[in-house]
Design a binder for this molecule. Structure first.
Ligand SMILES: [Zn+2]
Length: 251
């Protein structure tokens, strides 16, 4: 791995533009349960309960179920890990231009990353379905727990929704376009802790590769895009990312 890691670090250092994508593997290292693995949250909860059509038909029931899921998702003491910090350091040093994440936990911002593109939204917030006013998810949870289900907007009175992309809901177009154009422009695309199976994340690295850029994959297991990768690092993201950043910043 050492050689691949050094070579990947050289590519990142020499690149003019670098984009990174993070997936569930970066969150699970902070103790956040994932959704899709064998003992992921979708084994405990029924995904249909969190579908957009359920939210529309029964927002009160949706919110009561959601409060339980939020408690499991963002338990106490969840903090950024070494991979989040390594990406924030890379960005601060000017070696990471765009950070895209599939994760909804807000841990990149907590680590100091500036304005990551959250293609699946941010579960730490609720947003008004009418005027898009956002509030902290804790406030929404408190109101639901106190009997206000569904919670409504204090400005316009419309129903609040967790500020994440639900099943059956379109990804935010603007964010998706920003992510795609960042991938197209990147000399190096760094895919971290994502199995690269779920669209649109799966096709983002392809934009870079199709445009002649290089792909670095850091993931414990082989990914769907590993065959395209110029540098395929099968490693723990909390070990490999800090080493990668350290090596990039060495010279
Ligand atoms: Zn509103």
């Amino acid at each position: 791995m050492d050689q691949t890691l050094s070579a990947a670090a050289n590519a990142v250092r020499d690149a003019e533009t670098v984009a990174a994508l993070t997936g569930a593997g970066v969150s699970t290292a902070s103790g956040i349960p994932d959704f899709r693995s064998e003992d992921g949250l979708w084994n405990e909860y029924d995904p249909n309960d969190f579908h957009m059509s359920r939210f529309r038909a029964d927002p009160a029931g949706f919110w009561r179920d959601r409060v339980e899921l939020i408690a499991d998702l963002f338990g106490d003491g969840v903090e950024p890990n070494a991979a989040h910090e390594a990406l924030a350091d890379l960005e601060a040093a000017g070696h990471l231009n765009t950070l895209i994440t599939q994760n909804v936990d807000g841990l990149h911002q907590a680590a100091g990353s500036d304005d990551p593109i959250e293609i699946h939204g941010n579960g730490r917030r609720a947003a008004c379905t009418g005027c898009n006013r956002r509030i902290d998810i804790d406030e929404a949870v408190q109101r639901v727990t106190a009997g206000e289900a569904p919670p409504t907007c204090e400005r316009c009175g419309d129903v609040l929704k967790p500020d994440v992309v639900l099943f059956g809901e379109q990804l935010p177009k603007h964010d998706l376009m920003r992510a795609q154009s960042a991938a197209r422009e990147a000399d190096v695309f760094l895919a971290v802790g994502s199995s690269l199976t779920v669209e649109p994340a799966a096709s983002l690295p392809r934009h870079t590769v199709d445009n002649g850029g290089q792909l670095v994959v850091v993931n414990l297991d082989r990914t769907e895009q590993s065959k395209r990768a110029d540098f395929d690092l099968r490693a723990d993201v909390t070990e490999a990312l800090p080493r990668l950043t350290e090596t990039v910043l060495e010279e």
